[in-house]
Each structure stands twice: as C-alpha cells, then as structure tokens.
Design a protein around this ligand. Structure first.
Ligand code: GDD
Ligand code: MN
Length: 358
C-alpha cells in the first residue's frame, strides 16, 4: 500500500528510547487517516538497539530496520533511510524524543496544504525553555552567521526535525555533500534557488535517555560541510580535514622533537618524532578524516600497517628534506617543519587512493 509518510529515525545507541518513541508516534498518528511507517537506520556498534527494534517488529507491522555496518554518519543514515521509502513524504526525527512526535501531524498538514518541498520544525519561532542556555545561544548565533553567509531566510537551518517531499529528495540527493550531522542545511544550500519551504515552531525537549552524540568530530564535519558548500566544487572537503589533522601532526611532531632532543642527538630525535607522529595521525585520520570508512578490529591493524608503509616513503622524503635543510641552514625547527610538510602531501594522496578507499 502506498504510504503517506515514512518516519526516518536514526539511531546510535538509543535502546532505551525505541519503545517510548514508537508508541508516542503511534499515539499521535493513529486515527488520523494517515498511512505511515517507521524506518530505523541504526549505526550502533553493538546489537542492543537492533534487539529493541526487533522486539517491536514482532508486535507491530509498520516498522522497517536498516542496519548498517560500514557506512556511518547521521546525514548519510537519514538519506539511506529516505531512499528506501516509497511514501509520499519523509519525516526525519531524532531517536531520543527531543523532537516531540506531536508535531508530525502539523508538519504533514503544512507541507500538503501549501504544496511545499520542505517544512522544518524550528526552535526559534517561539520562546523555548532551553536546558542548555549556552547551546541555545550558540545555535542562534551560528544560524545568524549562516543566514548572512549564504543569504538564506530560515530561522533554524540546524534543526534535524523536518518533512520533505520524497520526489523532491529523490531528485536532488545526488547533489548533496553528504557530510556530517546537518542534512537540512545540506539540502537547503544545494537547492536554495528552487526550493519551496516553510517553518513551524516546536519546543526542543530534554533527551529522554542515553547521551548526546555531539562531539568535536561533529563540529569538524560541520565546518567541512560549510567549506564544501563554499568551494567544494574546486577542492574536496576531505582534503581540508586532512590538512587540519596534518597540521596538528606537525605541531605534535615539533613538540615530540623538542622533548626528545634533550636526551638524543638530532637524527634519532627526528626519526622517533616521525614514527610517533605517523601513529598519532593514523588514529586521528581514522577517527575524523575517514570516519565514514573507519577501520575497526583487524582492519584497524591492517590499515595501520599500510599507513606506516605509505608513510614510510613520506617519512623518507620528510627525513631527506629536513636533513638537507639542517645541513644548509641554522634553524633546525624550520628544517623539521618543511620536511614534515612535504611528507604529509605525499601521504594524503597515497592513503586516500589506496588505504581508506570506498
Ligand atoms: N544512524 C546514525 N548514525 N544515527 C546517529 C548518528 C550516526 O552516526 N549520530 C547521531 N545519530 C542519531 C542519534 O542516535 C539521535 O537519534 C539523533 O541522531 C540525534 O543525535 P543527538 O546526539 O541526540 O543530537 P543532538 O541532540 O546533539 O542534536 C540535536 O540538535 C540539533 C539541532 O542543533 C538533534 O535534534 C539534531 O537533529 C539537531 O539538528
Ligand atoms: Mn539529541
């Protein structure tokens, strides 16, 4: 049967919220003359959330589950859920009850009555008693900056609670940056000249159970998304993240070198600083730059070995250049710095092509 709405719920360790959320949705949508289904997209490492969903599936008949293994990241989970839906509209809602299901009907009515592409639920259209005042202000400020930067007119482009016409999404999803947490922003900036949208107010709730997944990685992805939207057509966003990690590596290497040279001569200090920096960068790149292709378990060690292999060539360049400059120049830090830079450019291209490949 053709559904009116698919409700996409992304989950990352949300086992205690599954039941409550589903029955809240059901309570709000049953007897409304709406044919609906829920599609969970789970990226958790263990099976606890999946087990909860499976239990529900034994009782209810309108629940789908997409369990992912290799792909990760919120935006990509949402898109994957939406692509599996043949409903007329798709709604995205968080799996922790911070988005009240009572607004689903309002979103649906608004998008249909006005024949729009997107209706989002905004946190800033009515007074909101926020738990975290700091985050509220930060959100408001970032929204303001984005509005100015991209000349858009939404009150809340960071919200994750919105409804979209399925045909509209299917037409445009390939053009998305597909990075990080903020799918709505990605869609708006990709389609901003053609999109028909409006907003309705909602009150952001307290997380029901579990912990927020917001971390520094989400922040870096957010910056990468913005950069990608600004100049992504020329240089890929992943390159920027890689360079950022690379520059952390440079600082790390200089620090390690500084300490080591109290105990060792120039050459052994340089060598050890390079070896340690490669390890440091592997961990960060695996967590952040290539988090969508993150290596775990056995693959982690295989990747590390490969990384050392590719980087050993980079390290040889690093070493030769630093040594050459050291022999000709007086400033040893400048020598180390330039050596590290040349090495890192080499490493990026090799690892992107042969280590974390799709
Ligand atoms: N499948 C999947 N994969 N789900 C994820 C991932 C992931 O990598 N990361 C997070 N999630 C899920 C969480 O399980 C939760 O259901 C939802 O996405 C939102 O994650 P939270 O960690 O609860 O986000 P938040 O509370 O910090 O962010 C909220 O505020 C933003 C507005 O500033 C959310 O409402 C966002 O949607 C919203 O944009
Ligand atoms: Mn949340």
């Amino acid at each position: 049967m053709k559904k009116n709405i698919s409700i996409i719920i992304p989950t990352l360790d949300e086992k205690e919220n599954i039941n409550k959320l589903f029955y809240e949705i059901k309570k709000n949508l049953d007897n409304q003359n709406i044919i609906w289904e829920v599609i969970f997209v789970d990226d958790s490492e263990d099976n606890q959330t999946v087990n909860e969903i499976n239990k529900l599936q034994n009782i209810e008949n309108n629940i789908c589950l997409i369990k992912r293994f290799e792909n990760r990241g919120l935006s990509s989970a949402l898109i994957q859920g939406a692509l599996s839906s043949n409903a007329e509209y798709v709604i995205f809602i968080d799996g922790d009850l911070q988005h009240p299901p009572s607004k689903i009907k309002n979103l649906y009515d608004e998008i249909r009555n006005k024949n729009l592409d997107i209706v989002s639920a905004s946190r800033f259209l009515e007074t909101n008693e926020f738990l975290h005042q700091k985050r509220y202000k930060a959100s408001l400020f970032v929204n303001y900056l984005l509005k100015k930067l991209f000349k858009i007119n939404y009150s809340d482009v960071l919200t994750g609670y919105f409804i979209v016409r399925n045909q509209f999404l299917k037409k445009n999803y390939k053009k998305l940056s597909n990075i990080g947490f903020k799918l709505l922003l990605d869609i708006i900036l990709t389609t901003k000249n053609t999109i028909k949208y409006s907003e309705i107010p909602f009150k952001f709730q307290k997380r029901y159970s579990g912990e927020s997944k917001l971390n520094s990685k989400v922040l870096i992805d957010f910056i990468a998304l913005i950069i990608d939207k600004l100049i992504g057509k020329i240089i890929p966003a992943r390159y920027f993240i890689y360079s950022f990690i690379g520059s952390l590596g440079v600082i790390f290497q200089l620090g390690v070198f500084y300490i080591l040279q109290f105990f060792l001569n120039f050459i052994p200090s340089l060598l050890f600083s390079i070896i340690l920096t490669i390890f440091f960068n592997f961990i960060l790149n695996n967590e952040i730059t290539y988090s969508d292709l993150k290596k775990r378990g056995k693959l982690f060690y295989m990747g590390l070995i490969k990384y050392y292999f590719f980087c050993s060539f980079g390290a040889v360049f690093n070493f030769i250049i630093a040594k050459m400059l050291y022999d000709n120049l007086l400033n040893i830090y400048f020598a180390v710095l330039l050596g590290a830079f040349v090495g890192s450019v080499w490493n990026y291209s090799m690892n992107t092509s042969y280590n974390w490949k799709k």
